[in-house]
Design a protein around this ligand. Structure first.
Ligand code: HEM
Length: 450
């Protein structure tokens, strides 16, 4: 029989934990917020389970529809689904990113995406602001040359060849190859970029590494329970498959290689007075006080993120766009006529409607995009204690039936029929690139200056 001292030493911490949890539940201002699940005031199990099983966004959408714009998804974690007082307060107010982002260092450097300190981030962002601005992208000769040769020549030739040979097309791979060719042409210059539309076999190992590295299970466990991952690995239990580490090593080596090649080539061009405006060249010059070896890895750390997120997200959106156009032949035909007869195809209202409707429904990155509440914060009328984690999701915002009636229907007409005020509101709720200081820097490149 177990003796009393042993029993007491086991029960004491358990009872203390229960009492502490009860105190937290009854004293936290978050108790005023509807719970996503009855366990959420005391435990993160529910949110971890929905994240690990890939059901977070569908589940939270259903809960927001039922319980309102703010729900409690953990003892110190809430999800918001409104613009005024919600997204605008948190993301527009530049609340700091959570520690989840500490997982995204590359080559020992923190890329822009992972920087948490607001001032450090702002300083670093200055490197990229002008090269990715809408006016730079829409005026860039580099980008118009790249689009012309990649889309109008290489892509059309490749598709024609597939048709002639009676072969089917893997659209998702093709859109990723095309996106990577355009992004690298802009970042490194066309001669230093990839040529994957023409050489899909060359692309295959890299695309596979990028896809494996984005494995949702590994992403969730490494960001949500990093300590558990580390402890279990001491005992030989690997929660993250070794293929994920291999994939990250592959990506780093690929990006370092392409960045080194571009910098060697652009630096020799600089001395020869070449006036091309690739991103790497400009950033390299702006950081001239930093020793070259360190500077190279610093830039490559940013490029890992920009190439990874850029080509995957753009590939996802373009694939859905193709899917929807292939199933809505009337819209496809109208769009074709619009683009081939217009003097300014970029200004096509139908094109805009088709893009907006696609990114509303399929925003590529669903989230979560966790932010940390400062002192004395209020979200949608609720007082939020300091350090509460707040998240919002473009997927959930884009499916709000009050803003978008029949939200599950792909219906570009809604954008053509809306008046100016309604369009402005619909654009705010179509939050694919997010907002505030941490808005996606690549948004104008992804939309090619549109
Ligand atoms: C359809 C395509 C794209 C989508 C949907 C997208 C979406 C996003 C989102 C939601 C964020 C915020 C993430 C967060 O705070 O956790 C973000 C940030 C970022 N994106 Fe994109 N992105 C796209 C394309 C690109 C491209 C083409 C590039 C670069 C070439 C890029 C570079 C970045 C960078 C560097 C950040 C971090 C910005 C910062 O923290 O200041 N993205 N993107």
């Amino acid at each position: 029989m177990m003796c009393w001292p042993v029993l007491i030493s086991i029960l004491t911490p358990v009872i203390a934990w229960v009492i502490l949890r009860i105190i937290i539940v009854f004293s936290s201002p978050l108790r005023a917020i509807p719970n996503a699940h009855f366990t959420t005031p005391v435990s993160r199990i529910w949110i971890l389970w929905t994240r690990f099983t890939g059901k977070e966004f569908s589940k939270c959408l259903e809960l927001h529809n039922r319980l309102g714009p703010v729900i409690r998804i953990g003892p110190r974690e809430i999800s918001v689904n409104c613009i005024e007082g919600g997204v605008r307060t948190v993301y527009g107010g530049n609340w700091e990113k959570s520690s989840m982002y500490d997982n995204f260092t590359q080559f020992g450097f923190s890329p822009l995406f992972a920087m948490r300190d607001t001032h450090e981030h702002l300083e670093r962002k200055r490197l990229f602001t002008s090269v990715y601005s809408k006016s730079t992208i829409s005026r860039s000769s580099e980008i118009s040359k790249a689009v012309s040769s990649i889309c109008h020549q290489r892509l059309v030739r490749r598709l024609q060849k597939q048709v002639d040979e009676g072969k089917s097309v893997d659209v998702y791979s093709l859109t990723k190859q095309c996106s990577m060719d355009i992004i690298t042409a802009y970042i490194y210059g066309e001669k230093n970029g990839t040529n994957w539309v023409v050489n899909p076999n060359q692309a295959a190992p890299h695309l596979s590494a990028f896809q494996r590295a984005a494995d949702p299970w590994s992403f969730s466990v490494s960001t949500e329970v990093p300590k558990l991952v580390a402890i279990l690995s001491w005992f030989g239990i690997q929660l993250i498959p070794p293929t994920v580490d291999t994939a990250f090593a592959h990506i780093q080596s690929f990006v370092l290689g392409i960045t080194t090649g571009a910098i060697e080539s652009c630096c020799s061009s600089v001395t020869k007075g070449n006036d091309t405006d690739e991103v790497t060249k400009q950033v390299w010059q702006k950081l001239e006080d930093i020793p070259e070896a360190e500077r190279l890895k610093m830039i490559a750390s940013d490029m890992v993120d920009q190439l990874h997120a850029g080509h995957l997200a753009t590939g996802v959106v373009l694939t859905y766009l193709m899917l929807k156009l292939s199933r809505n032949l009337d819209i496809q035909e109208r769009l074709r006529i619009d683009l081939t007869t217009s003097a300014d195809p970029q200004a096509s209202e139908l094109l805009d409607a088709v893009i907006m409707e696609t990114i509303r429904m399929y925003p590529a990155g669903f989230g979560p995009f966790p932010r940390v509440a400062p002192a004395n914060a209020t979200v949608a009328g609720f007082a939020i204690p300091k350090n509460t984690i707040v998240t919002a999701s473009p997927y959930i915002l884009g499916r709000n039936s009050e803003i978008f009636p029949q939200p599950d229907k792909w219906y570009p007409e809604r954008w053509l029929q809306a008046g100016p005020d309604q369009t402005r509101i619909m654009r705010q709720w179509t939050w694919m690139f997010m907002s505030g200081q941490r808005i996606c820097i690549g948004q104008h490149l992804a939309l090619l200056g549109k």
